[in-house]
Design a protein around this ligand. Sequence first.
Ligand code: NAP
Length: 255
Amino acid sequence: MNTAGQISRIAVITGGSRGIGKSIALNAAARGTGIILTYNNSPEQGKAVADEINKKGGKAFALHLDSANISSFDNFAGQVTQLLQKEWGRKDFDYLVNNAGIAQRSLIKDTTEAIFDQLVDVNFKGPFFLSRKLITLIADGGQIINLSSGLARFAYPGVAVYGALKAGIEGLTRYFAKEYADRKIRVNTVAPGAIDTAFGGGKGDEAHRQQLAGMIAAGRLGEADDVGVFVASLLSDDSRYVNAQRIEIAGGIMI
Ligand SMILES: NC(=O)c1ccc[n+]([C@@H]2O[C@H](COP(=O)([O-])OP(=O)(O)OC[C@H]3O[C@@H](n4cnc5c(N)ncnc54)[C@H](OP(=O)(O)O)[C@@H]3O)[C@@H](O)[C@H]2O)c1
Protein backbone atom coordinates (compact mmCIF):
# COMPACT_ATOMS: atom_id res chain seq x y z
CA MET A 1 0.00 0.00 0.00
CA ASN A 2 1.19 3.54 -0.62
CA THR A 3 0.66 6.75 1.36
CA ALA A 4 -2.75 7.26 -0.25
CA GLY A 5 -3.82 3.78 0.88
CA GLN A 6 -3.84 2.50 -2.70
CA ILE A 7 -2.24 -0.73 -3.89
CA SER A 8 1.26 0.21 -5.00
CA ARG A 9 1.66 1.05 -8.65
CA ILE A 10 4.72 0.81 -10.86
CA ALA A 11 5.97 3.54 -13.20
CA VAL A 12 8.53 3.43 -16.03
CA ILE A 13 10.06 6.90 -16.36
CA THR A 14 12.43 7.66 -19.25
CA GLY A 15 15.21 10.17 -18.64
CA GLY A 16 14.97 9.74 -14.87
CA SER A 17 18.65 10.39 -14.27
CA ARG A 18 18.44 14.19 -14.13
CA GLY A 19 16.18 17.22 -14.17
CA ILE A 20 12.43 16.81 -14.44
CA GLY A 21 12.54 13.00 -14.83
CA LYS A 22 14.55 12.66 -11.64
CA SER A 23 12.03 14.81 -9.78
CA ILE A 24 9.12 12.77 -11.17
CA ALA A 25 10.84 9.56 -10.01
CA LEU A 26 11.57 10.91 -6.49
CA ASN A 27 8.09 12.36 -6.02
CA ALA A 28 6.27 9.31 -7.39
CA ALA A 29 8.39 7.02 -5.20
CA ALA A 30 7.56 9.18 -2.16
CA ARG A 31 3.89 8.45 -2.91
CA GLY A 32 4.59 4.71 -2.85
CA THR A 33 5.03 4.04 -6.57
CA GLY A 34 7.61 1.46 -7.65
CA ILE A 35 10.02 3.02 -10.14
CA ILE A 36 11.91 1.81 -13.18
CA LEU A 37 13.81 4.82 -14.44
CA THR A 38 16.12 5.10 -17.42
CA TYR A 39 19.37 6.90 -18.13
CA ASN A 40 21.28 7.31 -21.37
CA ASN A 41 24.65 9.06 -20.98
CA SER A 42 24.54 9.42 -17.18
CA PRO A 43 24.59 5.89 -15.69
CA GLU A 44 26.01 7.07 -12.35
CA GLN A 45 23.31 9.71 -11.97
CA GLY A 46 20.59 7.25 -12.97
CA LYS A 47 21.78 4.69 -10.44
CA ALA A 48 22.15 7.43 -7.79
CA VAL A 49 18.48 8.37 -8.20
CA ALA A 50 17.46 4.71 -7.76
CA ASP A 51 19.77 4.42 -4.72
CA GLU A 52 18.26 7.54 -3.16
CA ILE A 53 14.76 6.10 -3.55
CA ASN A 54 15.79 2.70 -2.15
CA LYS A 55 17.54 4.32 0.84
CA LYS A 56 14.33 6.19 1.64
CA GLY A 57 12.41 2.89 1.73
CA GLY A 58 11.04 2.98 -1.81
CA LYS A 59 11.75 0.55 -4.61
CA ALA A 60 13.56 1.67 -7.75
CA PHE A 61 15.79 0.33 -10.52
CA ALA A 62 17.74 2.12 -13.23
CA LEU A 63 18.08 0.74 -16.78
CA HIS A 64 19.88 2.04 -19.85
CA LEU A 65 17.74 3.35 -22.69
CA ASP A 66 18.60 5.37 -25.76
CA SER A 67 15.31 6.71 -27.11
CA ALA A 68 16.88 7.13 -30.54
CA ASN A 69 17.81 3.44 -30.78
CA ILE A 70 14.51 1.84 -31.64
CA SER A 71 16.07 -1.54 -32.41
CA SER A 72 17.05 -1.75 -28.70
CA PHE A 73 13.43 -1.49 -27.50
CA ASP A 74 12.78 -5.25 -27.69
CA ASN A 75 15.71 -5.82 -25.38
CA PHE A 76 14.57 -3.00 -23.08
CA ALA A 77 11.05 -4.45 -22.87
CA GLY A 78 12.64 -7.80 -21.98
CA GLN A 79 14.60 -6.20 -19.14
CA VAL A 80 11.47 -4.47 -17.84
CA THR A 81 9.55 -7.76 -17.98
CA GLN A 82 12.26 -9.53 -15.99
CA LEU A 83 12.36 -6.80 -13.34
CA LEU A 84 8.58 -6.79 -12.97
CA GLN A 85 8.51 -10.54 -12.50
CA LYS A 86 11.52 -10.79 -10.19
CA GLU A 87 11.03 -7.69 -8.05
CA TRP A 88 7.26 -7.23 -7.95
CA GLY A 89 5.88 -10.63 -9.02
CA ARG A 90 3.94 -8.88 -11.79
CA LYS A 91 3.67 -9.23 -15.56
CA ASP A 92 2.70 -5.60 -16.11
CA PHE A 93 3.19 -2.05 -14.88
CA ASP A 94 0.86 0.93 -14.52
CA TYR A 95 2.39 4.15 -15.81
CA LEU A 96 4.76 5.09 -18.61
CA VAL A 97 6.25 8.61 -18.51
CA ASN A 98 7.87 9.59 -21.82
CA ASN A 99 10.11 12.28 -20.32
CA ALA A 100 13.50 11.82 -22.04
CA GLY A 101 14.22 14.58 -24.50
CA ILE A 102 16.83 16.84 -26.06
CA ALA A 103 16.96 20.40 -27.36
CA GLN A 104 19.24 21.71 -30.10
CA ARG A 105 18.95 25.45 -30.51
CA SER A 106 19.24 26.66 -34.11
CA LEU A 107 17.33 29.12 -36.24
CA ILE A 108 15.42 27.55 -39.13
CA LYS A 109 18.02 28.86 -41.61
CA ASP A 110 20.80 27.06 -39.68
CA THR A 111 19.01 23.76 -38.99
CA THR A 112 20.86 20.92 -40.69
CA GLU A 113 19.32 17.60 -41.63
CA ALA A 114 21.44 15.94 -38.94
CA ILE A 115 20.04 18.25 -36.21
CA PHE A 116 16.53 17.74 -37.55
CA ASP A 117 16.86 13.94 -37.57
CA GLN A 118 18.34 13.78 -34.06
CA LEU A 119 15.48 15.87 -32.68
CA VAL A 120 12.93 13.67 -34.45
CA ASP A 121 14.55 10.44 -33.26
CA VAL A 122 14.74 11.34 -29.56
CA ASN A 123 11.69 13.57 -29.12
CA PHE A 124 9.12 12.01 -31.44
CA LYS A 125 10.01 8.71 -33.11
CA GLY A 126 11.41 7.24 -29.88
CA PRO A 127 8.36 8.00 -27.70
CA PHE A 128 6.02 6.68 -30.42
CA PHE A 129 7.77 3.32 -30.79
CA LEU A 130 8.56 2.97 -27.08
CA SER A 131 4.91 3.57 -26.17
CA ARG A 132 3.80 1.06 -28.80
CA LYS A 133 6.30 -1.50 -27.55
CA LEU A 134 5.60 -1.06 -23.83
CA ILE A 135 1.84 -0.64 -24.04
CA THR A 136 1.55 -4.42 -24.19
CA LEU A 137 3.12 -4.40 -20.70
CA ILE A 138 0.89 -1.62 -19.30
CA ALA A 139 -2.00 -2.91 -17.24
CA ASP A 140 -5.53 -2.13 -18.47
CA GLY A 141 -6.58 1.09 -16.74
CA GLY A 142 -2.99 2.38 -16.73
CA GLN A 143 -1.70 5.68 -18.01
CA ILE A 144 0.91 7.16 -20.35
CA ILE A 145 2.17 10.70 -19.77
CA ASN A 146 4.05 12.44 -22.58
CA LEU A 147 6.24 15.45 -21.83
CA SER A 148 5.62 18.28 -24.27
CA SER A 149 6.57 21.94 -23.88
CA GLY A 150 5.09 25.42 -23.74
CA LEU A 151 6.94 25.82 -27.05
CA ALA A 152 4.28 23.65 -28.70
CA ARG A 153 1.76 26.44 -27.97
CA PHE A 154 3.80 29.57 -28.66
CA ALA A 155 6.75 30.31 -30.98
CA TYR A 156 10.20 31.31 -29.75
CA PRO A 157 13.15 31.76 -32.13
CA GLY A 158 15.66 28.90 -32.35
CA VAL A 159 13.46 25.95 -31.42
CA ALA A 160 11.21 25.50 -34.46
CA VAL A 161 11.76 21.77 -34.97
CA TYR A 162 11.72 21.01 -31.23
CA GLY A 163 8.50 23.01 -30.71
CA ALA A 164 6.81 21.45 -33.74
CA LEU A 165 7.76 17.93 -32.59
CA LYS A 166 6.35 18.63 -29.13
CA ALA A 167 3.13 19.75 -30.84
CA GLY A 168 3.29 16.39 -32.62
CA ILE A 169 3.60 14.58 -29.30
CA GLU A 170 0.44 16.35 -28.16
CA GLY A 171 -1.31 14.99 -31.24
CA LEU A 172 0.02 11.50 -30.57
CA THR A 173 -1.33 11.75 -27.02
CA ARG A 174 -4.86 12.09 -28.35
CA TYR A 175 -4.42 9.32 -30.93
CA PHE A 176 -3.03 6.86 -28.38
CA ALA A 177 -5.89 7.75 -26.02
CA LYS A 178 -8.33 7.04 -28.86
CA GLU A 179 -6.83 3.76 -30.05
CA TYR A 180 -6.25 2.29 -26.57
CA ALA A 181 -9.51 3.46 -25.00
CA ASP A 182 -10.78 -0.12 -25.22
CA ARG A 183 -8.15 -1.01 -22.60
CA LYS A 184 -9.02 2.07 -20.51
CA ILE A 185 -5.46 3.30 -20.85
CA ARG A 186 -5.43 7.06 -20.36
CA VAL A 187 -2.88 9.17 -22.22
CA ASN A 188 -2.11 12.73 -21.17
CA THR A 189 0.39 15.46 -22.02
CA VAL A 190 2.25 17.54 -19.47
CA ALA A 191 3.82 20.65 -20.99
CA PRO A 192 6.46 22.35 -18.82
CA GLY A 193 7.38 25.99 -19.37
CA ALA A 194 10.84 27.43 -18.73
CA ILE A 195 12.24 25.01 -16.15
CA ASP A 196 15.66 25.58 -14.62
CA THR A 197 17.45 22.35 -15.54
CA ALA A 198 20.51 21.63 -17.69
CA PHE A 199 18.17 20.98 -20.64
CA GLY A 200 19.63 22.28 -23.91
CA GLY A 201 22.57 23.81 -22.04
CA GLY A 202 20.44 25.59 -19.43
CA LYS A 203 18.63 28.91 -19.47
CA GLY A 204 21.64 31.13 -20.25
CA ASP A 205 23.01 34.23 -18.57
CA GLU A 206 21.26 36.35 -15.96
CA ALA A 207 19.89 38.78 -18.57
CA HIS A 208 18.23 35.95 -20.49
CA ARG A 209 16.87 34.40 -17.31
CA GLN A 210 15.38 37.78 -16.33
CA GLN A 211 13.85 38.09 -19.79
CA LEU A 212 12.25 34.66 -19.46
CA ALA A 213 11.03 35.38 -15.93
CA GLY A 214 9.37 38.52 -17.28
CA MET A 215 7.21 36.36 -19.57
CA ILE A 216 5.93 34.28 -16.65
CA ALA A 217 3.03 35.34 -14.44
CA ALA A 218 4.70 33.63 -11.48
CA GLY A 219 7.69 35.94 -12.04
CA ARG A 220 10.28 33.18 -11.89
CA LEU A 221 11.65 30.22 -13.82
CA GLY A 222 10.23 26.86 -12.82
CA GLU A 223 12.13 24.28 -10.79
CA ALA A 224 12.22 20.60 -11.74
CA ASP A 225 10.14 19.90 -8.63
CA ASP A 226 7.36 22.22 -9.82
CA VAL A 227 6.79 19.71 -12.61
CA GLY A 228 7.82 16.52 -10.79
CA VAL A 229 5.41 16.91 -7.92
CA PHE A 230 2.53 17.55 -10.32
CA VAL A 231 3.29 14.59 -12.59
CA ALA A 232 3.59 12.37 -9.50
CA SER A 233 0.11 13.49 -8.48
CA LEU A 234 -1.20 12.53 -11.94
CA LEU A 235 0.30 9.06 -11.48
CA SER A 236 -2.52 7.96 -9.22
CA ASP A 237 -6.23 7.24 -9.19
CA ASP A 238 -6.78 10.91 -8.30
CA SER A 239 -6.56 11.63 -12.04
CA ARG A 240 -8.80 8.71 -13.04
CA TYR A 241 -11.15 10.84 -15.20
CA VAL A 242 -8.42 12.92 -16.87
CA ASN A 243 -7.72 11.63 -20.38
CA ALA A 244 -6.32 12.95 -23.68
CA GLN A 245 -5.52 16.31 -22.03
CA ARG A 246 -2.67 18.78 -22.26
CA ILE A 247 -1.76 20.37 -18.93
CA GLU A 248 0.79 23.19 -18.93
CA ILE A 249 3.01 23.51 -15.85
CA ALA A 250 4.62 26.83 -16.54
CA GLY A 251 3.64 29.39 -13.90
CA GLY A 252 1.53 31.09 -16.59
CA ILE A 253 4.00 31.67 -19.41
CA MET A 254 3.06 33.83 -22.43
CA ILE A 255 -0.58 34.18 -21.37
N1 NAP B 1 13.70 22.20 -18.90
C1 NAP B 1 12.78 22.84 -19.61
O1 NAP B 1 12.75 24.09 -19.65
C2 NAP B 1 11.71 22.07 -20.35
C3 NAP B 1 10.63 22.80 -20.86
C4 NAP B 1 9.64 22.13 -21.55
C5 NAP B 1 9.71 20.77 -21.74
N2 NAP B 1 10.77 20.07 -21.23
C6 NAP B 1 10.79 18.63 -21.48
O2 NAP B 1 10.92 17.94 -20.26
C7 NAP B 1 11.65 16.73 -20.47
C8 NAP B 1 12.80 16.65 -19.49
O3 NAP B 1 13.59 17.80 -19.62
P1 NAP B 1 14.69 18.22 -18.52
O4 NAP B 1 14.64 19.68 -18.39
O5 NAP B 1 14.59 17.36 -17.32
O6 NAP B 1 16.03 17.84 -19.34
P2 NAP B 1 17.48 17.36 -18.80
O7 NAP B 1 17.73 17.90 -17.44
O8 NAP B 1 18.41 17.72 -19.90
O9 NAP B 1 17.32 15.78 -18.71
C9 NAP B 1 17.10 15.06 -19.89
C10 NAP B 1 16.91 13.60 -19.57
O10 NAP B 1 16.66 12.91 -20.80
C11 NAP B 1 17.62 11.86 -20.94
N3 NAP B 1 17.98 11.70 -22.35
C12 NAP B 1 18.57 12.59 -23.18
N4 NAP B 1 18.76 12.06 -24.39
C13 NAP B 1 18.29 10.79 -24.33
C14 NAP B 1 18.21 9.71 -25.24
N5 NAP B 1 18.68 9.81 -26.51
N6 NAP B 1 17.65 8.56 -24.84
C15 NAP B 1 17.18 8.41 -23.58
N7 NAP B 1 17.25 9.38 -22.65
C16 NAP B 1 17.80 10.56 -23.02
C17 NAP B 1 18.82 12.29 -20.12
O11 NAP B 1 19.55 11.12 -19.75
P3 NAP B 1 21.15 11.08 -19.57
O12 NAP B 1 21.56 12.31 -18.82
O13 NAP B 1 21.37 9.82 -18.80
O14 NAP B 1 21.73 11.01 -20.95
C18 NAP B 1 18.14 12.98 -18.93
O15 NAP B 1 17.75 12.04 -17.97
C19 NAP B 1 12.07 16.74 -21.95
O16 NAP B 1 11.17 15.97 -22.70
C20 NAP B 1 11.94 18.20 -22.34
O17 NAP B 1 11.67 18.34 -23.71
C21 NAP B 1 11.77 20.69 -20.54
